[in-house]
Design a protein around this ligand. Structure first.
Ligand code: NFS
Length: 654
């Protein structure tokens, strides 16, 4: 029974433990709380109190006369606005932190990456000549903050996109103004009785999403790197096995790197370690979860305990003294689960409280002092531990492939480039590229689609970059190690072995999807693969999405020129016209399109077909793995013969 709920052996084991201990999990709740089929399809309009109007069967209009197209488009638009707001607000927090650091008000943090500060100052037009790091940092933070409230013109970072893309955005009126302005306008337009033309609503959804991708999220990534360091490759372990039976375990969960960074420092404080010993623990063990986990995993090698659907099950091990959460993707169920154990759930963001959780409000001006208080609170819980059961499942991962590092590894410090990658795509060793990202969803087998899609793509010589919960899924199955070469197609394997990287590259948390935008821009401008992102043989995939943030991300990749495929199910199923608009319609508008496809095998087929079509449009040789390396003996996928393979007869195993 539990096997179908998760593909992950550690999660499966913990599901049984949770059941025996009476802990409620999202897996169980998904069985009892089925989605409302009308809302699921995007056909429920609850934007005014004459409704909710459910457009189903003979009901083709709301009380106000709104059609299915309008209702479905509005719902998608609002989801994109909410996702963009979440990322944008996170970016703003990072700007405020940088400002406090530059002003000397947050003394426990420093500007760690001065090189990146100079680079970002260059992008933002901040003068650097003869100025101190603090002065530059303060101006960078201020210009970044001003981007949120920009009323006219366009976001400065749009200039980081390929020239052709920028021109397209201006021509089609997609170039976003201030981040806050686009989110507010999306909310306004979808308010009762306002924008009632599906195509027009969806157009603004793209503009709003662009303000997230090339605005809020990209700033969040850049400012985090300036403050906490730009990631480079390092190794770490992953999955529940990283929890330690004889130490105080603290799980860091959420998205903002500020608290985790202070915790990483304070966890080594000799006084605290001594305090932990005085309570009978051998030490203090910090582990991550979801995107906060990704942030400290790629910057410090802090082990990652799991992804989105694993949060309550981590508590059910009985080994977690504290789960420290900031914002986003935190299930309220963790507090309920914690009540059955000795675990303290501690909220730290001024924006977030959860009933029943302890609130220790974080203030970057007192970072280390507050981190210390949080750790002491966790230590105090240790003596109350009862029975502990930690699955003995642990994988080794290599993470931290920032776009800076990718450029560096392809040419060194002074000659960084994307030439080797482009050349190998041109000559067909690498068939194309895919970003596989996003959440888990309790209505589909945990991690199954993530892992199956990534494995199938690399087998077909498609290089994969990953972030968010897909990255954690890959981490748990050893897909982020050089050993994974055995799954890779012959050409991809040869290239990866030459450069010395795994075929699946961890690029960070969900806001770090913007690192992928930068990689795509570098590929498009390096030469040999067209002139725009929409020319590249590349796709974006979110196999197990659930969050509004994922829809925002999907839409900014579409507006940037990518074919984006989402698994699980469609939030626009209620309107064939909206489905057409976001697919063919958007492709005509901006060269990218969004499609929802629940079957992971079909996602792979569509992705490969798209990559091959883009290769053909670029007049590159048709992909043929027999030309390279072990290709004489190696048959990718589960093809019966080379003939089947050449004929494109896919027969992928589940
Ligand atoms: Ni992205 Fe990260 Fe995970 Fe999905 Fe949630 S943690 S920001 S939204 S669930 S990938």
């Amino acid at each position: 029974m539990t096997e179908r709920k998760s593909f992950d052996p550690a999660t499966t084991e913990m599901l049984e433990v949770a059941q025996a201990r009476g802990v409620s999990t999202p897996f169980d709740r998904a069985e009892t709380t089925k989605p409302c089929p009308i809302g699921h399809d995007g056909s429920c309009c609850k934007h005014c109190f004459m409704g909710p109007c459910r457009l189903v069967g003979k009901t083709t209009m709301g009380v106000c006369g709104a059609t299915a197209e309008t209702v479905v488009a509005r719902n998608l638009g609002r989801a994109v606005a909410a996702g963009s707001a979440a990322h944008g607000d996170h970016g703003r927090n990072m700007a405020l932190t940088l400002l406090a650091v530059a002003h000397g008000e947050a003394k426990d943090y420093q500007i760690k990456d001065e090189r990146k500060l100079y680079r970002v100052a260059g992008f933002l037009g901040v003068d650097t000549a003869g100025r101190s790091i603090q002065e530059i940092g303060a101006d960078v933070a201020q210009v970044a903050l001003d981007e949120f409230g920009r009323q006219e013109g366009e976001l400065i970072y749009l200039k980081r996109a390929p020239q052709k893309r920028q021109e397209l955005w201006r021509r089609t009126n997609l170039a976003p103004r201030g981040i806050d302005r686009e989110v507010v306008e999306m909310m306004h337009r979808t308010n009762m009785g306002t924008d009632q033309d599906a195509e027009h609503i969806l157009h603004h959804a793209l503009r709003c999403a662009l303000a997230d991708g090339w605005g809020g999220s990209m700033l969040a990534t850049d400012l985090s790197d300036i403050l906490f360091g730009t990631p480079g490759p390092l190794a770490a372990p992953g999955n529940y096995g990283v929890l330690k039976e004889d130490e105080v375990n603290i799980v860091i969960h959420g998205h903002e790197p500020t608290v985790p960074e202070a915790m990483v420092v304070m966890v080594n404080d000799p006084e605290l370690i001594e305090y932990a010993r005085s309570k009978g623990a051998k030490g203090i063990n910090l582990v991550g979860m979801c995107c906060s986990g990704n942030e400290i995993l790629m910057r410090h090698g802090i082990p990652v305990a799991g992804n989105f659907l694993q949060q309550e099950l981590a508590i059910a091990t009985g080994a977690v003294e504290a789960m420290v959460v900031d914002y986003q993707c935190i299930m309220q169920g963790v507090v309920q689960a914690a009540r059955q154990f000795h675990t303290q759930v501690i909220t730290t963001s001024p924006k977030v409280k959860i009933e029943g959780a302890m609130h220790i409000e974080f203030d970057e001006r007192r970072a280390n002092e507050l981190a210390k208080l949080i750790i002491r609170t966790a230590i105090d819980a240790f003596p109350n531990r009862k029975e502990v059961q930690i699955p003995d499942v642990r994988d080794q991962v290599v993470v931290g492939f920032s776009h800076e590092y990718l450029a560096y590894m392809q040419g060194g410090f002074y000659r960084e480039s994307f030439r080797p990658l482009n050349d190998n795509i041109r000559n067909g060793r690498i068939r194309g590229a895919a970003g596989v990202v996003g959440c888990n969803n309790a209505h589909t087998t945990h991690d199954l689609s993530h892992i199956s899609i990534v494995k199938e793509l690399i087998k077909n010589d498609v290089v994969v970059v990953t972030t968010g919960c897909d990255a954690v899924a890959c981490a748990k199955y050893g897909l982020l190690t050089p050993e994974v070469m055995e799954y890779a197609g012959p050409g991809l394997r040869e290239v990866c072995e030459t450069i010395g990287v795994p075929p699946v590259l961890h690029m960070g948390s969900c806001v770090d999807n913007t690192r992928i935008l930068t990689v795509l821009t570098q590929m498009a401008t390096e030469g040999g693969l067209g002139e725009d992102i929409s020319d590249l043989p590349a796709v974006g995939i979110a196999p197990e999405w659930m969050s509004e943030k994922a829809l925002g991300i999907g839409c900014y990749f579409v507006a940037s020129g990518c074919y984006v495929l989402f698994g699980v199910g469609s939030p626009v199923a209620g309107s064939p016209e909206v489905q057409r608009l976001i697919s063919q319609g958007w492709e005509e508008l901006c060269g990218g399109k969004l499609e929802f496809e629940p079957d992971w095998r079909k996602i792979v087929e569509k992705a490969l077909a798209h990559i091959d079509a883009k290769r053909a449009a670029l007049k590159l040789d048709a992909y043929d793995p027999r030309r390279y390396a072990r290709s004489q003996t190696y048959l990718p996928g589960d093809y019966a013969s080379w003939e089947d393979f050449r004929a494109g007869k896919y027969s992928l195993k589940g």
